[in-house]
Design a protein around this ligand. Sequence first.
Ligand SMILES: NC(=O)N[C@@H](CC(=O)O)C(=O)O
Length: 408
Amino acid sequence: MIIQGTLVSSSGTFHSQIRIEGNQITEVGSQLGEPDFTFSDDCLIFAGMGDIHIHARDDVGESQTYKEDFCTAGEAAINGGVVHVADMPNNPVPPITDESYHAKQEHLKQRNPPIHFTLYAGIGPGTSPLSFPVPYKAYMGPSVGDLFFKTLEQLDETLSQYRGCNVSFHCEDPILLDEHANAATHEERRPAACEISATRFALQMIEKYDLRGKLCHYSVREGLPLIRAARDRGLKVTCEVTPHHLYFDQSDLTDQNRGKMQMNPPLRTIEDRKAMLAALREGTLDYLATDHAPHTLEENEQGISGQPHLDTYGAFVTWLILDQKFTPEQAACFCSENPGEFVNPYIAPLKFGKIEPGYTASLTVLNLKRPVTIQREDLKTKCGWSPFEGITFPGSVEAVFVEGHKVR
Ligand SMILES: NC(=O)N[C@@H](CC(=O)O)C(=O)O
């Protein structure tokens, strides 16, 4: 198969052709032959985009599959131009041992979703590392599910077992969360101070145990200098940012939308939101990762936290490029290359992130001239709603190739 159009990588944008054989890219060049698919100058072809923070709600117990499952999450991902995802471990049956991780993996295989899922293993009080390499997730304090730490001392003690591992942190300090538990609003119950304190602690842990660290869904501006300073000291730490923390802030909250707009960490101030956009632009934040956290609308109204975001990933990226003036090259970095680099050590023979020979033939094609208004009936997520309903993004997903096949 030969695909022709405008290719984007972190180092530049150029008109070219891609040859695909089986599920691999085998050649990139200007005159490979008669193209099977040609994309106009309105479109940009990216290496398949990856969302490395999602909650597919599927495990061997299947007690939450009324919200989502591996297949519906995979369909929502394709709808949003996402070709691979990494799934979080806060399941009712959490993957925290070799056995429970293998069981979740086997369950995933049985489901046979339309894209690749990388599974995180959970770290909880007293757990120890699996006998094979996986990315880990540690919830510093309570969020959704039972996998979390009650004190930071307990986390420190547990992490001493995980020296050198790849650990992603949900940064909210459990003691400070406790202290604010009786405040009036969700934002006040989980203030910026919780995330800043947890950031300091996560960075200490990354240094102490020589971890490859990642800070999840980053949202507070005061934490950014801490992250930059840690990197300057040589710590291996990367950072995610979500669409909701880049697009919404506390000024968007109304009495009517509070349920839909509740997530952990919560929406912050407009200054925080602008600082996240700036930090993503300059590279302090490394991944656009959605924290796709589907619950039914009724559950959100009752006060559970989390928003669904997979269906709208690609359209949101066109907002960053056209409205917020990010360069396509920057988007290639935080949507394709960096997510690929994060999962590649665990997923051989697949290899995501670049349009180069030897990489998996998964591509995301965005049309920058065809706006889309997000409508409930176009969503594939099982929970059936989006915080972006009614919002028009300036571009949309034109086509998606997954492992050598055009799937959209
Ligand atoms: N972010 C959220 O608000 N919710 C997540 C849990 C989490 O990642 O904290 C969920 O699983 O629903």
